[in-house]
Design a protein around this ligand. Structure first.
Ligand SMILES: [Zn+2]
Length: 93
């Protein structure tokens, strides 16, 4: 996944987020944005290591990158679940 993907997502998320005024939403969204940034940084580092054929760094970063992607997805699902349960949203269903 490249830059463009994250950029599109963050614009989309900001638009969605504007409709909500809820402490739990704020917490989930700020966690999610932090997770997106962390995953983005890891993916960048991993791409650079792959280009350099730095197998030690790739071996270290690959599980970290997977974990960051997993966390990002988990938070996205939490946001959707919270939106559906607390606010009756059915975004992206
Ligand atoms: Zn909420």
């Amino acid at each position: 996944m490249g830059c463009q993907h994250y950029l599109v997502w963050s614009v989309f998320l900001t638009m969605l987020n504007q409709h909500c005024d809820c402490v739990e939403c704020d917490r989930l969204w700020s966690d999610y944005k932090a997770a997106i940034q962390a995953a983005f940084r890891l993916d960048n580092k991993l791409s650079i290591a792959e280009i350099r054929h730095d197998s030690a760094v790739v071996a270290t970063l690959t599980p970290e990158s997977r974990e960051a992607a997993r966390l990002r997805l988990a938070l996205r699902l939490q946001i959707l679940n919270h939106g559906a349960e607390a606010h009756g949203h059915s975004a992206m269903n």
